[in-house]
Design a protein around this ligand. Structure first.
Ligand SMILES: Cc1cc2nc3c(=O)[nH]c(=O)nc-3n(C[C@H](O)[C@H](O)[C@H](O)COP(=O)(O)O)c2cc1C
Length: 215
């Protein structure tokens, strides 16, 4: 099939499930947990892979994939480089949006909220749980900066590896976590005839309101 034919003709019907404002859980974190649990069993790939959108002072949105590493009622945690482009944008505007897409379940979840660094203790604890190679890569990476060549990157990795001599590599100050504290959740379930279910939760005076949106 040609690309044009695929783009113009392929129409998938979504029939895997349904979502009702009368039966969703009252707490959006619990609803997320329930869906994440299903995604771990049924979704292909990495169910914790999500896209993070940020907007810096130039008001131009950017988006990239991340791996969610923890979540609870305080928010959704990911780890990255504090000198990266996303970090620069978060310093200018500490708000972001996370998007999860679970194709096999025909579901997406959208989260919007403020973003704050996690505590140093949380960053250290997670860094120490990473394999040595991932710690070395995080230490030498100048994420989002131009790299002269692949060879330069590999040399930096090899030098840091040799210097560590198998000793634990300490978390560099430029690496750590962020927590997105959601003020809005959307749970989207694909339905037949493009009449999808969209249930949103919004926080008002410490309470979560629930409503359905047109698809
Ligand atoms: C599936 C997947 C997971 C990723 N997980 C992370 C992650 O957890 N942390 C991270 O900093 N980058 C991760 N990346 C790389 C980012 O998408 C991105 O390239 C990098 O963070 C630099 O983004 P920035 O220049 O906008 O800051 C991941 C990429 C993919 C495709």
């Amino acid at each position: 099939m040609s690309i044009d034919a695929y783009l113009n003709k392929t129409r998938k019907e979504y029939q895997q499930g349904e979502l009702d404002e009368r039966s969703v859980l009252a707490c959006p974190f619990s609803q997320f947990r329930a869906w994440f649990d299903e995604a771990m069993t049924h979704a292909d790939g990495e169910p914790n892979a999500c896209a993070l959108a940020t907007v810096g002072a130039d008001l131009r949105p950017t988006v990239r994939m991340l791996l969610l590493k923890a979540f609870d009622e305080r928010g959704f945690v990911f780890f990255t480089n504090y000198s990266s482009r996303k970090a620069e944008q978060l310093a200018q505007n500490p708000h972001g949006a996370l998007l999860f897409y679970w194709n096999a379940l025909e579901r997406q979840v959208r989260l919007e909220g403020s973003v704050e660094p996690v505590t140093i203790e949380e960053s250290e604890a997670y860094f120490e749980s990473r394999p040595l190679a991932a710690r070395i890569a995080a230490s030498v990476s100048r994420q989002s900066e131009p790299a002269p060549s692949r060879a330069v990157m590999e040399e930096a990795f090899a030098t840091c590896s040799a210097m560590s001599q198998g000793m634990p590599v300490k978390r560099p100050a430029h690496w750590g976590g962020y927590r997105l504290v959601p003020a809005r959740f959307e749970f989207w379930q694909g339905r037949e005839n493009r009449l999808h279910d969209r249930i949103i939760y919004k926080q008002e005076n410490g309470l979560w309101s629930i409503e359905r949106l047109w698809p």
